[in-house]
Each structure stands twice: as structure tokens, then as C-alpha cells.
Design a protein around this ligand. Sequence first.
Ligand code: ZN
Length: 188
Amino acid sequence: MNAISTGYLPTEPYTFLNGKFPRKSVGIVFFKGHCQYLLNILQYKQKKICEKKDQLHTYLEWFFGQLQKAEPKTYCPHCKTQKIKYLALTCIPGDQSLDFSKSCCENPKCQNKAFDRNDSPFEIKLENISILKNGARKNFINFLRKEFNLPKRMSQKNIFQWVKNIKKKETLPIKLIGEEYVIDFEKL
Ligand SMILES: [Zn+2]
């Protein structure tokens, strides 16, 4: 999944006519936790490189390209310069739970401060909805709701508008020196 189609801007949500989710939009299917189903379709279509892209192919590339631009609101509680990227995931056999009080950016130094031995870092990205089960998924979506300003009512239209409005945030250029992030003045 790489090519973000330039210039393509859909005017309405793509809705499946038939298949596994008839009359459901791509956005609804995604937020119901079927990200992998959508990615499988996209990968299948990307393999057929000789053929002209159909509407669903173009739409899925745009959709996932937009999601990748989405960024959480909150800054890392440890360095206070980067946006949070991970939460703590605790797995006990048969159950998984996210600890929303433990978050940090991608800096290994911050991760060491945030997590202890029993935690594994869980990336805060929308695609990860699908790898959680019932309760944990619901809590994660509520967390994403705040971090990514998800619509209150997750209707086809609202989700579509939300995806359409995702813009890459303008932030100061930074670089990693050793284990510290500093502002990259050469790129200002
Ligand atoms: Zn940090």
C-alpha cells in the first residue's frame, strides 16, 4: 500500500453493491473492524497491474492514504515535543487490554519511561482497530474518537466527510540526534 493517488477526490462514499457487506460503505466496513478485508481487496487489485484501476481500487488507495495522514492530538507526556504514537498493551491469556494512562512517542527513551516489562507497545493508528477484540476494540475506538476527532455519529456520510478532511499536520521539522529529538533548523 503505497501509491496515494494524486488529484483524486471522491464526492461520495464508495458503497458495496454486493459481496460480504452489501449496501455498506468502505468507511462503515472499516470501523466495524474489517480493515483486513478491505486491504485484501486492495492487494488483490494491486496485483492485477495490467488492468486499468477500477473505482473501488482508486477509492481504497485514497481511503488508506488519507488514514495514514491522521495524527493523534496529544503530545508525549515524557518529551512533550512529539505526538503520542504508542499505548501499553497488556496481554494475559484469553484477554487483552490497553492501558490508556501509559502512552508515549516513538522515541525509545520515552518508551522505556512509559512501559514496564509486561507491556508491549501498541501503535495508535486507525488500522489497528481490527486487531483488537470486543471490549478492547470499543475502548480503543473511544480513545481514537478523542485523538482523531472522529464524528459523534458514525454514519456513512459523516465518516466519509471525516476521511476527506484529514490533512497532514504542519509541524516543525525535527531530527533524531542520539536519543533526543531536536528541531532541524536546516529544514526550517
Ligand atoms: Zn516522547
